[in-house]
Design a protein around this ligand. Structure first.
Ligand code: AMP
Length: 402
């Protein structure tokens, strides 16, 4: 069974071709700058193996159809390819950012589903159109191959109203569906399932806090295999401090900035999404750069790191309280998997709530492996679990197809 996973953004398409027989990645890549004068294609044949080859090309890519056509050529090409014909692709799994309240599971795509995804565009105006372009192009280029939509919001649809409703006028919920949705659902689900595997427990009996710290950061509280709360909200701006996003701020900030800086709502939105977070505090959004700055004595970078980690601690504490009994806290994504300092600072005051880090295991943790980093006397285990959203999308695509 070969599954092509597509993650189509507004001007990019990320792809992976997976062989699900042995869960290996046959090819992967990224088409960028779609619609700009010079597009960029980066293609990897047999990535992360000793046969890995990388192909890079610059070419104009007018639209998603041109980009995806090039991907098909690359994965079937004599020198670049891994399959001889597109007919070897059994299904396509699409990452779709927003499923609103309409989609709580991965779904086989037909006309009604496309209409359903279009209906969520007001909730994800920057993201869902890219996903739709990917679906429409895949249907045209690979006719007869089933397409499955895997929604970033779906895993969080099990939240109860007290978790997802905001304390604002009810009509705003009923008219505009303003509520907490949460994102990164595919990653949280994958990591929670791996956590169950490490604990040798059935997933439906596993409770954990998943801490996704990448460019975007979010957390989920999972009770008996179901999400009961998550830190992102109506949009991915809420919750933890991120690379360029502020996370939680006083909701009166918009009015204050509009009054005092004469800024428009759009300008404020750009500040909070693109110029805040780590970048806003110290000028850099990559955690590796922040450590370099701290080593040079940069106090802004030091404070940005402390603010980032304090927010992680606060959310873990919140979720441990909500879960009322947790098996594990699981760190994942670029920062969560690789940054032992962030994990140490984030866990520093959690011993009172039962999660004690083994600082040696934490500092020496091997890269790219799921490992335990909690002390032997820790009631709540602490794990590092590498996320794999593409594999989870491919797995869910297979499940939908039975
Ligand atoms: P992701 O969105 O999961 O790909 O994570 C990307 C982010 O992970 C980058 O912006 C970095 O801040 C962070 N990151 C990646 N590698 C490391 C590392 N070795 N140490 C600290 N942070 C890292």
């Amino acid at each position: 069974m070969k599954i092509l996973v597509l993650n189509s953004g507004s001007s990019s398409v990320k792809y992976q071709l997976l062989d699900m027989k042995n869960q290996t990645v046959l090819a992967s890549g990224l088409v960028e700058r779609i619609g700009e004068p010079t597009g960029l294609v980066r293609h990897k044949r047999r990535p992360s193996t000793d046969q890995e080859q990388t192909f890079t090309e610059e070419m104009p890519i007018q639209d998603h159809a041109t980009g995806l056509a090039r991907v098909v050529e690359l994965i079937t090409g004599k020198d670049t390819g891994v399959i001889s014909a597109v007919s070897e692709i059994n299904a396509i799994g699409h990452r779709i950012v927003h499923g609103g309240e309409s989609f709580s599971t991965p779904t086989l795509i037909d006309e009604a589903v496309i209409e359903g995804i279009k209906a969520q565009i007001p909730l994800a105006p920057l993201h869902n159109p890219g996903g739709l372009a990917g679906i429409e192009t895949a249907q045209r280029l690979l006719p007869g191959v089933p397409n499955v939509a895997v929604f970033d919001t779906a895993f969080h649809q099990t939240m109860a109203p007290e978790a997802y409703r905001y304390a604002i006028p009810k009509s705003l919920y009923t008219e505009l569906k303003i509520r907490r949705y949460g994102f990164h659902g595919t990653s949280h689900l994958y990591v929670a399932k791996q956590c169950a595997r490490l604990l040798a427990k059935p997933f439906a009996e596993t409770s954990c806090v998943t801490v996704h710290l990448g460019n975007g950061c979010s957390m989920a509280a999972i009770k008996n295999g179901k999400c009961i709360d998550t830190s992102m909200g109506l949009t991915p701006l809420a919750g933890l401090v991120m690379g360029t996003r502020s996370g939680d701020v006083d909701p009166a900030l918009h009015a204050f900035l509009a009054d005092n800086k004469n800024l428009s709502i759009r300008e404020i939105d750009t500040i909070l999404n693109k110029q805040s977070g780590l970048k806003g505090m110290c000028g850099h959004n990559d955690m590796r750069d922040i450590h370099d700055l701290i080593a040079q004595g940069d106090e802004d970078a030091q404070l940005a790191l402390r603010v980032f980690c304090r927010r992680v601690t606060q959310y873990i504490g919140q979720y441990l309280a909500l879960l009322d009994g947790t098996d594990a806290v699981c760190f994942t994504a670029g920062i969560g998997e690789n940054d032992h300092v962030v994990r140490r600072l984030s866990c520093a005051t959690l011993s009172g709530v039962g999660a004690i880090l083994d600082t040696h295991l934490n500092a020496e943790a091997p890269r790219g492996k799921a490992v335990e980093i909690s002390a032997s006397n820790s009631r709540v285990k602490i794990f590092i679990i590498p996320t794999n959203e593409e594999l989870e999308i491919a797995t869910q695509t297979l499940e939908v197809l039975g």
